[in-house]
Design a binder for this molecule. Sequence first.
Ligand code: PHE
Length: 418
Amino acid sequence: AAPSTLKVLGTDYPADSYTNITPTIISKLSLQLHRQPAHPLGTLRMLIESHFPSFSHLSCLSPIVTPYQNFDSLSFPADHPGRSVTDSYYLNKDVMLRTHTSAHEVETFAKGETKWLLTADVYRRDEIDGSHYPVFHQMEGAEIFEATPSSMKKVEEDNEQLSAHLERSNIVIEDIPHITSTNPAQPSHDPRHSEIIALNLKLHLNSLLLELFGGVAGASKEEPLRVRWIEAYFPFTSPSYEVEVFFRGKWLEILGCGVVLQSTLDRANVPSKLGWAFGLGLERIAMILYSIPDIRLFWSRDERFLSQFTPGKISTFKPYSKFPACFKDVSFWLPDRPETQAKMHDNDFCDLARDVAGDLVEDVKVIDKFTHPKTNRDSLCYRINYRSMDRSLSNEEVNAIQDLVISHLKDRFGVEIR
Ligand code: PHE
């Protein structure tokens, strides 16, 4: 049976029907990769921070937040799918792990911060593959201004300087209008103010991307850096955008951003301000800049990984050989269940595999899924692909791990192996 309390970062939490945080996830909470200076994530944080020297740089906030911070304070609707236990990690129904750094917007604005960057580990339940990991790192950036003519005039001057800088650079930007009927200014905003703020946001981010990618993405005379802006939707910004960068023949999504919803600023007790915010994924960017091929490598403690990096310097990662993979399938019947009881979700299987086998799991795929027409029982088959980042695995070793996965499956979900 599940324990009735759990200890996380030194505090006891009563467990309930929401509790779904696993020992593997708990073990990540204290690691803070983004605060290790030589780690690629630490260096990337420092580089972005030095691009915004006049901003406050925050990076020590606890990952344990309330659903109010993560969702309600940002105007997420009550039925938003992100709130579900299949998508997010809960300690119990009142306490969860942040799924994004935006969870700290209200409290940070409420502290009186007007321009800030906030870097943190964030947690999402998801499938397992080379670019998804249940823990990753985001950086939130925001700046708010007084909604007065003189303050808006200063933003316009800033915009002119930033534009001049970008015009001199080798960057091709596919832009879209700042405001449209499908991506509107907020009713409480003077649309001219909203235009100025959205432009300021775009100029700041284009110049950041130029600095980060200008050297690597083949930004030569023949091959400039290509950035594209796309209309987006977030519950807590309007207008909203996503930004993609063209890299090695593909458009990669790098960040989300927009003009901060006025209700966020009202909740933070700064109703007379308006401004912008963005949130970017550090792993995505670091994988490109350092040529890191698998997201699990960020968690490696192997010296062959860690010793390759120097604080403050981007370098190309040299893979120390790719070790062979080994896959194992498991097929089983789920137990009969009352109509009211939830099915086992794919994310439940992934968390279980990760808990037993740790980072030896490279990916998990659903091979087969059906419901028996007569007995109404569900049959599932998953394929786990095992591969170590650091060494070769023997078949016996993988079999032993797979046996352990199977015995946990039986204990936890009462399945019948086929
Ligand atoms: N929090 C959003 C995400 O994780 C990104 C975002 C941040 C969007 C700030 C708009 C403003 O996808």
